[in-house]
Design a protein around this ligand. Structure first.
Ligand code: TXA
Ligand code: MG
Length: 335
């Protein structure tokens, strides 16, 4: 049985947080809102509880988890080193949608890092996530609260769709504000490198620590990186997703007709002013602002999936770092 507790996203009720913390302390699984997407939490320093996360998600043991911490002090309990760059970034950008990869301390079970020598740490900004971390007073391992290969959840309903019956509790704190997963920054090499684009863009990090690198899509696809977000098919809706050039209504109509011939149900996601008029389409117009777009994207994909779309045509997003996260997720979903 999976219980749901509705919690105030701004001022979480202490008694509800205590219930969730107790379940975690007893070795249970609790889904909770973060500012990016909902996470599926278990105590990070206990091998047996962490294994339950992999089992509930159907996630391969080769995919490492992000360890959520309240602050820099808690991060230092799981990281073997804490370089000046980490200190500066934590000061400037934590709590927030940024995950740091650093050498792992021995207290972190190897199941968490999938056997890697490095651990991923993030201090979330969402008041519910923070209240939970403060109450359990130890690190919480939490991947996105979805089944392996399915779309990340930005609402409690999305969590329920995939994990109902497999986890103990869902804390429903309303929709997640950022809407795409955190930026992952590797600090273990000579040059800090973004492994996964997210809400925190390269220029924000470069303002704090100077030049960084971004792993190119090409490199990510060629060499299987030790991280789940890197596997091509990670963010996959059940429908077949294709990207259509931006601002080209004619091309979009053409693609719609082609899918229609296959007798599929077509979902269309657009963000520009193009007019797409056809009966029986499931059309969603997303905001033009990249932040608002990201916040609405997974929700729209879940919607189209629930509406039974067999094909989803997505208008390509503009160039530029503000769109990196959305572009990356769409590319993977269409791979
Ligand atoms: O926003 C987020 O990051 C959400 C919320 C719940 O915090 N979590 C999330 O977790 O997206 P997950 O498991 O779906 O994605 C984990 C990501 C991988 O894509 C990978 O890039 C990175 O974390 N990762 C974890 N451990 C790593 C490690 N030891 N080395 C390199 N990358 C690692
Ligand atoms: Mg995930």
């Amino acid at each position: 049985m999976t219980a749901t507790l509705t919690v105030d996203p701004v001022h979480p009720e202490p008694e509800l947080i205590r219930v969730a913390a107790l379940i975690l302390k007893k070795g249970g699984l609790v889904a909770f809102p973060t500012e990016t997407v909902y996470g599926l939490g278990a105590l990070a320093l206990h091998e047996e509880t962490v294994r339950k996360i992999f089992a509930a998600k159907g996630r391969p043991a080769t995919n490492p988890l992000i360890v959520h911490v309240l602050d820099e002090a808690m991060a230092k309990t799981v990281c073997a080193t804490w370089p000046e760059q980490a200190r500066a970034i934590a000061e400037a950008l934590w709590p927030g949608p940024l995950t740091l990869i650093l050498p792992r301390r021995d207290i972190v079970p190897l199941v968490v890092t999938a056997g890697l020598a490095a651990v991923a740490v993030r201090s979330p900004a969402h008041p519910v996530a923070r209240a939970l971390l403060a109450e359990v007073a130890e690190p919480i391992a939490a991947p996105s609260a979805n089944l392996y290969t399915e779309i990340s959840p930005t609402r409690a309903e999305h969590v329920r769709k995939g994990l109902s019956g497999k986890i103990d509790l869902i804390l429903d704190g309303g929709p997640a504000g950022v809407g795409v997963e955190s930026t992952v920054l590797d600090l273990t090499g000579p040059v800090p490198t973004i492994l996964r684009p997210g809400a925190i863009v390269p220029s924000q990090i470069e303002r704090v620590i100077g030049r960084i690198a971004v792993v190119s899509e090409h490199v990510r696809d060629e060499h299987a990186r030790p991280s789940p977000g890197q596997s091509k098919k990670h963010y996959a809706p059940k429908a077949q997703l294709a990207i259509v050039a931006m601002g080209d209504a004619g091309l979009m109509q053409d693609r719609i007709l082609r899918v229609r011939k296959l007798r599929g149900r077509v979902g269309v996601l657009i963000h520009s002013n193009i007019a797409v008029g056809q009966d029986g389409l499931v059309l969603r117009r997303l905001p033009k602002d990249p932040k608002e777009y990201a916040a609405a994207l997974y929700d729209a994909l879940h919607d189209l999936e629930d509406a039974g779309c067999s094909h989803i045509l997505v208008e390509a997003v503009p160039p530029g770092e503000a769109w990196d996260a959305a572009r990356d997720r769409l590319k993977r979903a269409s791979a």
